[in-house]
Ligand binder design. Structure first.
Ligand code: ASP
Ligand code: MG
Length: 421
């Protein structure tokens, strides 16, 4: 048993899907669970759709039509026969989305987010599965919402491991008696009341790891548009290097600090069962990528993790108190209530600073709540730079034309919050 994960870039158009089919065809002798994400930037578009619907920010109908045209255009290239029942299936998904946005919201934002945004994965897997069956790569489509069971924390569903494990045994594994390929969605789960949840942006890797863990897979492959895990994001850095091998520990650290190549939650389940993870290029599938596995070789490659669109908040008690346990406990309660994740924090006697992603829908209510008890100063947009296996030269070079707002170093990791000069 193996698990493959194909992300949005690997299914971004008809040609890419044909490429995915060719990778699967070569592997069709091995039992494979295939986890697929939404096509191209569909998730972002669906987020726009939710915002248009819920906050009246934009034209929801127009966005929905754009998504519909995009998916049907690809489908038409893959399966020209409009009598194929896949056309009906896709039509129905868009019809349900239309019904959703025609009603006034009666539930909270996160609930609608999950019901709507999850459809990107449903659409992608339906189209890929139908195309594979057309080209005689026999497979079964499986609804991940019936397997990956979560609580009802919308937008960050907490997975019920025992129940999901049980469902993998009873609902997924039996398919492999008659077939070698099962296609399912990453990123999405279901609650006990049959509502849809999502596991957090870029969560498909995590789904792949969970399914590998539950099915005792021998290996996981994450297929990417880069040759493997690089020491920096080519979007921001020239001359990136591929890292051939990483320990689970190194991979957890890298992803924890924001290396976006793999979702941070992916590694732990694999480490617990010692399942190796291969990160490979879907463009050059024969090339060796990166393997993440148990090993006593720690990587000493210098890696750079750059996060843009950050905000630095400086929180200060309004009275004469210092930043101490009682204040901190209060601050963390407010952060957690607002689902704000801290990327870096630092405290001094009278101020506590946090750097976090700048998402105005989360940050504005957070600041409002903090301001009831604290004085809040903020600085945005700022960037967070993390360097693993750093040296002073690199730090000086990377901060050359920037202002360093706060800075922190441990034995292996250096972090700084930067502002353009
Ligand atoms: N489609 C989702 C996202 O873009 C999940 C994923 O790609 O892993 O966040
Ligand atoms: Mg994606």
């Amino acid at each position: 048993m193996q698990v493959f994960k194909f992300g949005g870039a690997s299914v971004k158009n008809a040609e890419s899907i044909i490429n995915v089919a060719s990778i699967l065809k070569k592997n069709s002798d091995t039992k494979t669970i295939v986890v697929i994400s939404a096509m191209a930037k569909t998730t972002n578009k669906l987020e726009e759709l939710v915002n248009a619907y819920f906050y009246s920010e934009g034209d929801a109908q127009a966005i929905l039509n754009e998504l519909k045209n995009f998916h049907f255009a690809i489908l038409l290239q893959l399966i020209p026969d409009k009598n194929n029942r896949i056309y009906n299936d896709i039509e129905n998904i868009f019809l349900e989305l239309l019904w959703t946005i025609e009603d006034e919201p009666t539930n909270n934002y996160n609930y609608y987010y999950d019901q709507i945004v999850s459809q990107g994965e449903v659409l992608a897997t339906k189209i890929v599965s139908a195309y594979l069956n057309e080209t005689e790569i026999n497979n079964k489509w499986l609804d991940a919402r019936g397997i990956i069971q979560t609580d009802n924390s919308y937008r960050e569903g907490k997975v019920n491991y025992e129940l999901s494990q049980h469902l993998v045994k009873t609902e997924l594994m039996p398919f492999f008696k008659s077939i070698n390929i099962v296609i399912t969605q990453g990123f999405i789960g279901g609650t006990s009341e049959n509502f849809t949840t999502t596991l957090g942006r870029e969560g498909s890797d995590y789904t792949a790891a969970l399914l590998a863990y539950f099915s005792d897979a021998e290996q996981v492959f994450i297929w990417k548009d880069v040759p493997g895990v690089l020491n920096a994001d080519p979007k921001y850095f020239k001359n990136t290097k591929k890292i051939d091998e990483l320990t689970y520990h190194d991979a957890i650290e890298l992803t924890y600090y924001g290396a976006s190549v793999i979702h941070p939650k992916t590694i732990k389940p694999l480490q617990n069962k010692n399942i190796p993870l291969f990160v490979k290029s879907f463009i050059n599938p024969a090339e060796e990528g990166t393997v993440i596995k148990d090993s006593n070789k720690r990587s000493n490659v210098t890696s750079y993790i750059f996060k843009t669109n950050q905000i630095l908040l400086s929180i200060q008690p309004k009275d004469f108190s210092f930043i101490a346990e009682d204040n901190l406990s209060n601050i963390f309660t407010i952060l957690s209530r607002n689902n704000v994740h801290v990327n870096m924090m630092q405290n001094s006697a009278i101020s506590f600073s946090i750097c976090t992603d700048f998402d105005s829908h989360k940050i504005n209510p957070l600041i409002e709540e903090l301001q009831k008890e604290f004085k809040v100063l903020y600085n945005n947009p700022v960037q967070l730079m993390t360097i693993r296996n750093y040296d002073q030269d690199t730090i000086t070079k990377l901060s050359a034309d920037k202002i360093i707002l706060i800075e922190q170093r441990s034995r292996n990791t250096h972090q700084m919050v930067l502002k353009d000069n």
